[in-house]
Design a protein around this ligand. Sequence first.
Ligand code: 13P
Length: 243
Amino acid sequence: MRRKLAAGNWKMNGLRAARAELDTLEQRHGDAGVDILICPPATLISACEDTPFDIGGQDCHAAVSGAHTGDISAEMLADAGASYVLTGHSERRTDHGETDAMVAAKSQAAYDAGLIAVICIGETLDERENGKTLDVIDAQLAGSIPDSADEENTVIAYEPVWAIGTGKVPTLDQIGEVHAHIRKCLTERFSDGDGMRILYGGSVKGSNAPDIFGVPEVDGALVGGASLKAADFSPIITALENS
Ligand code: 13P
């Protein structure tokens, strides 16, 4: 039985005052029946440590330490109180030129530090319109997931690039097709692939969450904009609890 996961990715948003949103969230969902993960900016990880929620980084370096100015290692995230880290988010792939091989190395670094990697994949609009979605997903799954992945250390997040921050959401059939395909790939490659959670991400809101969570093989969501305010994230968590 896969535990459902509601994950919030705050991206480069949030000053110390944003910590108050988690107090509100705790009042409403302190004993939620689903896992709740918050990935704040790295500057806020320590400040978020005393919440009942899991805390995650948004990226990590593949090395444990060294001369990499501005970067943060997985071990440092764990030391600051994180138990998860996002790897391969499309904004990292686009803005920082991260390749599948780099994402795999970062994910392995996460495992080595005892973190769960949320490995992000997804096609661009151009790729979808040219019928390449499943090929892109295949390549990203093959290249970004280390061989040592298992159901305990790995979550997959399917985030179509064109749905991120745009208000555009794939149809439920499109989400279902890709999630079923990801599940098939995971079970073919990993003996416990059936236990790995698969999240959908891209313009998830309280209004569309109940339908999205009804799609087979959707084990939760990775939420950007709507995770910043407790008032917006709370209905998504409730929808997941009720799914
Ligand atoms: P939005 O929910 O703002 O579309 O962002 C999705 C995302 O990129 C989460 O990682």
